[in-house]
Design a protein around this ligand. Sequence first.
Ligand code: SAH
Length: 262
Amino acid sequence: MSAAENGGWVAVVGLGPGSEAQVTPEVTALLAEATDVVGYAPYVARVAPREGLVHHASDNRVELERAAHALSLAAEGRRAVVVSSGDPGVFAMASALFEAWEQGPPAWRDLDIRILPGITAMLAASARAGAPLGHDFCAINLSDNLKPWALIERRLRLAAEADFAMAFYNPRSKARPDSFARVLDILRETCGPERLILFARAVCTAEERLEIVPLAEARPEMADMRTMVIVGSSTTRLVERGPGSARPPVLYTPRWAGSWAE
Ligand code: SAH
């Protein structure tokens, strides 16, 4: 029987930034049909155990093996869901699955592969602070695991020069404790000390913490691997509430951009 006929499929789904209310109904419905859930242990743990569902938890660094495993389950006729946090297409398992699929056996080509989107950390963080990504922006992964550091620096400088707001994933890890200090130096050089920067840690979880400061006051320790960093464009504003208000100020980027001098 061919892979297409045995009823097997593999789906890569996003579980959102952390709150169960932000898992889409589409993802919940698909998980209810699954026979196997595959992924990094903390994400697999977010899927409630039930009879007929096998949990396959793995380490963070084995993306291609994990993807190949899910594909082989689908080829055997099982219904495998690979779980990512946020959105599966943003620095996550959807691309890893397609890499393993493209390199894999010809029998995998016709597999039923589904990608179900989720709320990515950058959008959740932006919404908690206001609307800092309300105009043109770009997203950069600051991890140099899969790309050279020189490329990260180049993209950073060009994005800053083009006056994009910027969202940084994986800003700082134990493996590279110093590189984020370098990022802040480059930003101060290119954007100036007044530019606003948001550190949004563990958004949509019980440990959520938001800090908004000008670049002059940004310190590397404000970020870790659970932090989303958003740098405003030149038009991004921080608007305080009236006197006596307990509500936090609003960080937003207007929908317009100023005139651009070459
Ligand atoms: N696929 C995920 C991103 C994976 S990369 C997504 O779409 O959100 C992992 C990085 O995402 C972390 O280092 C952090 O920068 C960010 N991140 C994920 N969840 C987060 C959360 N709840 N709060 C803040 N940042 C988060």
